[in-house]
Design a protein around this ligand. Structure first.
Ligand code: HEC
Ligand code: HEC
Length: 426
């Protein structure tokens, strides 16, 4: 770099230019997009944003990032960018697999390397990332898609002739296999229709692993098998490095309002960089630290998540009962479920009293749980961070077995009934 350019740059830094987003209303589309260039191009700003996003820098999640993300030299920034050759998995691939053939290896790179300029372009690119950019390849799904009954049993879904969440991806060894994307866990079904952003509560990863192993002639040791059996549908152990903490998959609506991400509030969501970094580092870890995703794609993914539309609320049958229920909610619940989407600030595990393993755990623990968002909560069963309570009435029941979150259990029966009507319309 010529000397005068360096001097000009130095001068620009020392005058403390206001950040490009300062001119906009926080969380507006323009404010979100104004972070793109800084996230993609400014390592130091990314490092700062990562540090600011760690609710508890001491846990393993925080330590891994502090040790490897946004370093001046080496670490995850130095990994090669992964531009996979990939296509959506379709019936044509599956038919070939059933016939004992290997479908052709995809040849088109995922992305043309053009940076979007408008909101809609960013969101459209992010949608492709969400559905098609594999977190990693997972050959375990091959025997599952070959058996339609098993595929349905473990919660795979079809959209026309494609399989949302599954792709066909070229592998390093010159072949190709099935890969998984965000849509595997974050596209769900309500009354027969697919909804993007809804948790895939039918997905039974554990049974998929067991059945796939059997079909491939792999013998699982009893401990591993027991773990897979214990997960149940709609829960996934997304923590790579600890034994067994299956977590309920959350719905992804209303993320712009969410100041804490994940059930234990592991991330503080102060700006879009926090979410883009979450996704970037999720890809790195899913790939076991071998590659990193292009950052433009991670920002696009964040924009797409912010752009997700919450499906319409259900009709409330009895407006008077809902109004009474709302009054109860304000009295008993809103001190924690304070935001307009129902979420709120961290509550200590001791206070909420639910199973503390995740919240106090060394992996992602923060000492607490975030009050769950309550958007469309009536369709979000089972409840709590580990999906341990099967219905809203059971959550409000004084005779429930699962400990913790005792709020409202002492209400009179008619008050509970009204509260349930109110919750049903959220
Ligand atoms: C194997 C299933 C699975 C896949 C695949 C998956 N997720 Fe998730 N996702 C989860 C689970 C489980 C959680 C809850 C984690 C926790 O609370 O610690 C979660 C949490 C999240 C959250 C936090 C939401 C909130 O309310 O705080 C976001 C955002 C998210 N996922 C986005 C994505 C994106 C984007 C992808 C693709 C890159 C993806 N997920 C892939 C299962 C999955
Ligand atoms: C002291 C704070 C606090 C109060 C008061 C409180 N909640 Fe919660 N709520 C939480 C926390 C924290 C969680 C998440 C706990 C977990 O996952 O282990 C939660 C979870 C929930 C969930 C689960 C949602 C899901 O998708 O899993 C529902 C439903 C809920 N609360 C409803 C209520 C209602 C109704 C009231 C009032 C009767 C109430 N809460 C009062 C803190 C509170």
């Amino acid at each position: 770099m010529p000397r005068y350019v360096a001097l000009v740059l130095l001068a620009a830094c020392s005058t403390h230019e206001p950040p490009p987003w300062e001119a906009y209303e926080p969380w507006s589309d323009a404010w979100v997009l104004a972070h793109a260039e800084t996230y993609v191009g400014d390592r130091e700003a990314r490092r700062d944003a990562m540090e600011a996003s760690l609710t508890n820098p001491e846990n393993l999640y925080g330590q891994a990032r502090l040790g490897a993300y946004g370093l001046r030299e080496g670490g995850w920034d130095a990994l090669p960018e992964w531009q996979p050759r990939v296509e959506p998995l379709t019936d044509a691939h599956v038919d070939a697999l059933v016939a004992g053939e290997r479908p052709a290896r995809p040849t088109t790179p995922f992305w043309n390397e053009e940076t979007p300029t408008t909101w809609d372009e960013w969101s459209a690119l992010g949608e492709r990332v969400f559905f098609e950019l594999p977190l990693r390849d997972e050959a375990l799904w091959e025997p599952v898609v070959r058996d339609a009954a098993l595929a349905a049993r473990v919660g795979l879904v079809k959209d026309g002739d494609s399989w949302p969440g599954l792709v066909w991806v070229a592998s390093v060894d010159g072949g190709a296999t099935v890969g998984i994307t965000c849509a595997l866990c974050h596209v769900g079904v309500r009354e027969g229709a697919l909804e993007v952003g809804r948790a895939r509560r039918e997905l039974d990863y554990g049974v998929a692993q067991i059945e796939s192993a059997e079909r491939r002639g792999v013998t699982l040791d009893p401990v591993t098998r027991g773990r897979f059996e214990s997960w149940g549908p709609g829960r996934a152990d997304v923590i790579e490095d600890v034994a067994d903490t299956p977590i309920a998959i959350p719905d992804l609506w209303g993320l712009r309002e969410q100041r804490l991400l994940t059930q234990a509030g592991t991330l503080t969501h102060g700006d879009p960089m926090a979410l883009a970094i979450r996704q970037e580092t999720q890809y790195v870890q899913a790939n076991r630290g071998r590659t990193r995703p292009p950052r433009v794609l991670m920002f696009a993914l964040a924009v797409f998540l912010y752009d997700l539309r919450t499906p319409p609320a259900r009709e409330v049958s009895d407006a008077a009962a809902a109004a009474r229920g709302e009054a109860t909610f304000r009295r008993e619940c809103v001190r924690c479920h304070a935001l307009s989407n129902g979420a709120g600030g961290l509550v200590s595990t001791a206070e909420v009293g639910t199973n503390p393993e995740l919240g106090d755990g060394s992996a992602r623990g923060t000492g607490g749980y975030r009050p769950s968002p309550l958007l469309r909560v009536v369709d979000a069963a089972p409840y709590l961070h580990h999906g341990a309570v099967e219905s809203l009435s059971s959550l409000l029941s004084a005779t429930r077995d699962e400990p913790g979150h005792d709020y409202g259990v002492g209400l009179a029966e008619d008050e509970k009934a009204d509260l349930l009507v109110y919750l049903g319309g959220l």
